[in-house]
Design a protein around this ligand. Structure first.
Ligand SMILES: [Fe+2]
Length: 196
């Protein structure tokens, strides 16, 4: 078992070495552009969620989990930043970052079962979010590089959900309720990010 001071182990990731797709944004259907906005916001929130953990807990396992998964989310965010120039992104980025920090800090402060339950719930929802985007892109914009990006991110998110579930497979109902609230807010946020 690694010591609390050892560098976080890199989780397996489908996005290592993945180049951002070169997309002609002017040729993409507006619906796909809105989905890309939502995913750019989602990845911003994910990085901020793991940022929020640092000051909220001293649990070494939670800190290691957050640091290693943050590296993957940072890579996702860079890929979406390369796809979407700033003028195409959602406007209230400071609000999205704040939301992410709260979504990480609160459960981490409450304790590991809350943190892992929220990560497992939200990442499982994000897995489905990417699966829906993949189905939509296949129909409206079947660019192989775009599909690769979405599928690689989906795989990473499903691994994160699995990692969190493995660390606490039976959280108390209060942690499951908090995770349900976090999923509800994520769904709401993704809807809003398509338009603002
Ligand atoms: Fe991600």
């Amino acid at each position: 078992m690694p010591s609390p001071n050892s560098p976080p182990e890199a989780p397996p990731s489908a996005t290592i070495g993945l180049a951002p797709p070169r997309l002609d944004l002017s040729a993409l259907p507006p619906r796909i552009l809105r989905e890309l906005r939502a995913s750019h916001v989602g990845e911003t929130v994910a990085v901020s969620l793991y940022d929020g953990v640092a000051g909220a807990t001293t649990d070494p396992e939670v800190l290691r989990f957050a640091a290693s998964h943050r590296r993957v989310e940072r890579r996702h965010l860079r890929l979406f930043e390369a796809v979407l120039p700033p003028e195409r992104r959602s406007g209230p980025m400071a609000f999205w970052r704040w939301s992410g920090r709260v979504m990480g800090a609160l459960p981490a402060w409450l304790g590991p079962p809350y943190f892992y339950a929220v990560v497992a719930g939200v990442e499982a929802w994000v897995d489905g979010h990417y699966a829906r985007q993949i189905a939509l892109a296949r129909r409206l914009a079947p660019d192989p590089d775009l599909l690769n990006l979405l599928e690689a991110c989906r795989l990473d998110e499903s691994l994160h959900a699995r990692d969190a579930t493995r660390l606490d497979p039976a959280p108390p109902w209060t942690a499951r309720a908090l995770a349900g609230l976090a999923v509800f807010l994520s769904r709401l946020g993704a809807r809003a990010a398509r338009w603002v």
